[in-house]
Write a protein that binds this ligand. Structure first.
Ligand code: ADE
Length: 232
């Protein structure tokens, strides 16, 4: 049986999904509220994990241990690292990497967590396909790419840092949770995908408009996640 854990870092990333839940049961752990019910007939647990990699990793583990989810989807916003991805566009993860891990002194590659044997955590091909089909069925006008998510405990807002992450990781977007969710899913043997709507260009431009873009982008993304649930 399919049971999908849906994680957003902020309330605005999960509020519309929570609004669609039927038969919602709420439980709390580690300061997070897990809302379990059905969306479009599919069993889901929707949760706001809070911002950053530690919150995200804890959340995945709780979803696995206490809620026995079979799949994990991360929805939210991201800064674009790809000129083809503009504000409002969608990035579906091919894989995810920690851009703030550096153990190169012991010959590991930038971003590689020691002794794990993987640097980029691969997303599940079936979930990627479901997300692409949900777009072509319901929002064919949406511009999207399947690409790499780079995550770190930092909001990227300078061209210099942006260029460094692009050159070191060939990533398409930057955010603060995806690689931890991918890492946690990988350790637990659970398929995952990250769906992010672009809210900014990760270079400090248009900062005054950020709250508006963020809200619209988050809603965009949540709609896509709801649309793909029936295709899993
Ligand atoms: N989330 C949305 N935009 C972001 C950025 N520029 N850096 C990190 N996380 C983000």
């Amino acid at each position: 049986m399919v049971k999908v854990g849906i994680i957003g870092a902020m309330e605005l990333e999960v509020s519309s999904l929570k609004g669609q839940l039927s038969g919602c049961r709420i439980s709390k752990k580690a300061g997070m509220e897990f809302c379990e019910g059905k969306i479009g007939g599919v069993d889901v647990v929707v949760v706001r994990c809070g911002i950053g990699k530690v919150n995200a990793a804890l959340c995945v583990q709780i979803l696995c241990d206490d809620h026995h989810v079979t799949h994990v989807i991360n929805t939210g916003v991201a800064g674009s690292l790809n000129n083809d991805l503009n504000i409002g566009d969608i990035l579906i993860s091919k894989d995810a990497v920690h851009h703030d891990v550096d153990v190169t002194v012991f010959s590991y590659r930038k971003g590689e967590v020691p002794q794990l044997g993987v640097r980029e955590f691969p997303a599940d091909p079936h979930l990627i396909e479901a997300a692409e089909k949900a777009i072509s069925d319901n929002q064919p006008e949406l511009n999207y790419r399947v690409g790499r998510v780079a995550s770190g405990d930092q909001f990227i807002s300078s061209s210099e840092v942006k260029e460094r992450i692009i050159s070191e990781f060939e990533a398409d977007c930057a955010e603060m949770e995806g690689a931890s969710i991918a890492h946690g899913a990988y350790l637990n043997g659970i398929p995952f995908v990250i769906i992010r709507a672009i809210s900014d260009k990760a270079d400090g431009s248009a900062e005054e408009d950020y709250p508006t873009f963020e809200k619209a982008a988050a809603a965009h993304c949540a709609k896509l996640v709801a649309d793909m649930l029936g295709l899993i």
